[in-house]
Design a protein around this ligand. Structure first.
Ligand code: GLN
Length: 446
């Protein structure tokens, strides 16, 4: 069914970079043979799933939407992919993204532009644009994305689907091609909250292969979907409804708060005073980490190697010049500069201090409140081509999602209305490792 739908719509949506049809059919056949036997079958048994192309899949091309990895076939699976196999899902293929997850529109993909299924002239968001569009277009009911500064929640919001960034450490990053290691998390994108909870359940947990994965219990997320939000205390940061946020977006959040109020929750306005530093802090830290993480793509170890080099230094230079796209180069330059001696204290160290203050803002609010609620993005999906020539306008789109990564807390985007036929998303942010409450609130909208 998935492949039929992909054939029908994917030349328009362009969500998939690579399909794995032969193997998927083989897996389906093996799973079919289990139906009717008493072998225990999990709740995701036989479910088709798409995987963002920065999550490595054994012997299945993994490009990060970059020319530098155009023909890269990994020799191992990411831990989350092993979890999917254990849950007996069927991997349909690999999904388009902004190159190395840097971007908010999928226009930075080295291969193709994914279109928003609600309106093909609009972007699907990014960087997990392919993952969100594939679910919205009905190509797959489940997908995995990654979120460093909003890359799961922002495209989920633009495409009218549900996307969760888990608490940092909840899901193993082993086999996720690193962008900014202290911020990256893999998470589920689905059509509804219940499916999302099932998928998070399947991929969560401590992993000896990732020293930053957390040794905390994985609760039963689905059990949290009680529909009961009575007495819940909701904080609404005034910075999230202020300047730059569309009137219709603001209104949809206020309407959603009314729904929660009618169900017995209470809400109050609060302040996250350091929010104004989040964007610059994020771009300094994420680019610094990226400049170090991307040093490994040198033409020797993986993927593309420039054919026209005489010396080793030329090989490095030519490979990286020809292999990386403009946005990736921009970030590497910014990061290298911020980390260079003489500038380190003024930029990188300062940004680390600002990050601590931003995190503390969240901790202060969570002393009194159960969740924080606001919009996922200041506007609905924008038009393809509209922002690509001005990186700063593009960066501002992530202003409401980035602080969540800096603080390491979980956040979800659930559909909460429409503006001119384009979906809007409500962002619900929780305490560290309290995805259950986030899901419980999100579920109240279904
Ligand atoms: N759009 C942001 C960026 O370009 C976030 C990306 C992400 O979360 N991977 O860095």
């Amino acid at each position: 069914e998935s492949y039929k739908r992909i054939q029908e719509v994917d030349d328009k949506v362009q969500a998939f970079l690579t399909l794995d049809e032969e193997r998927a059919r083989e897996t389906a056949k093996n799973l079919d043979a289990k139906i009717g036997t008493d072998v225990s079958k999990g709740l995701l048994f036989g479910m088709p799933i798409g995987v963002k192309d920065n999550i490595v899949t054994k012997e299945l091309r993994t490009t990060c939407a970059s020319k530098i990895l155009e023909n890269f076939d990994p020799i191992y699976n990411a831990t989350v992919v092993d979890h999917l196999h254990k849950a007996e899902t069927i991997t349909i293929g690999k999904l388009n993204m902004d190159e190395f997850a840097m971007g908010s529109s999928n226009e930075n993909s080295g291969f193709q532009k994914t279109h928003n299924p609600w309106n093909l002239e609009k972007v699907p968001g990014g960087s997990s644009g392919g993952s969100a569009a594939a679910v919205a277009a009905g190509e797959v009911p489940f997908s995995l994305g990654s979120d460093t500064g909003g890359s799961i929640r922002q495209p989920a919001s633009f495409c009218g689907v549900v996307g969760l960034k888990p608490t940092y450490g909840r899901v193993s990053r082993f086999g996720l091609v690193a962008f900014a290691s202290s911020l990256d998390q893999i998470g589920p994108i689905t059509r509804n909250v219940e499916d999302n909870a099932y998928l998070l359940q399947a991929i969560s947990g401590l992993d000896p292969m990732d020293s930053t994965s957390a040794n905390v219990e994985v609760p039963n997320f689905v059990q949290a979907l009680t529909g009961d939000v009575k007495g819940l205390k909701i904080a609404v940061p005034k910075e999230y409804l202020g300047e730059g946020v569309d009137e219709e977006v603001r209104q949809s959040v206020l309407d959603s708060l009314k729904v929660l109020e009618s169900l017995g929750a209470v809400w109050e306005e609060v302040s996250l005073p350091h929010s104004k530093y989040a964007l610059s802090t994020y771009y300094l830290l994420s680019s610094s980490e990226a400049s170090a993480n991307l040093a490994r793509f040198d033409g020797v170890r993986y993927g593309y190697r420039s054919p026209n080099s005489e010396t080793l230094m030329d090989l490095y230079k030519n490979t990286r010049a020809e292999g990386f796209g403009d946005e990736v180069k921009r970030r590497i330059m910014l990061g290298t500069f911020a980390l260079s001696s003489g500038y380190y204290d003024a930029y990188y160290k300062k940004a680390q201090k600002a990050r601590t203050l931003i995190k503390k803002d969240f901790e202060d609010v969570f002393e009194k409140y159960d969740v924080i609620v606001g919009p996922t993005t200041p506007t609905p999906a924008f038009t393809i081509g509209e922002k690509i020539s001005d990186p700063l306008t593009m960066y501002i789109n992530d202003i409401l999602t980035i602080p969540v990564n800096l603080a390491g807390v979980p956040g979800i985007s659930v559909p909460c209305g429409f503006s001119n036929g384009l979906p809007l998303g409500l962002q619900i942010i929780g305490k560290h490792f309290d995805e259950s409450t986030v899901y419980r609130v999100a579920h109240a909208f279904e």
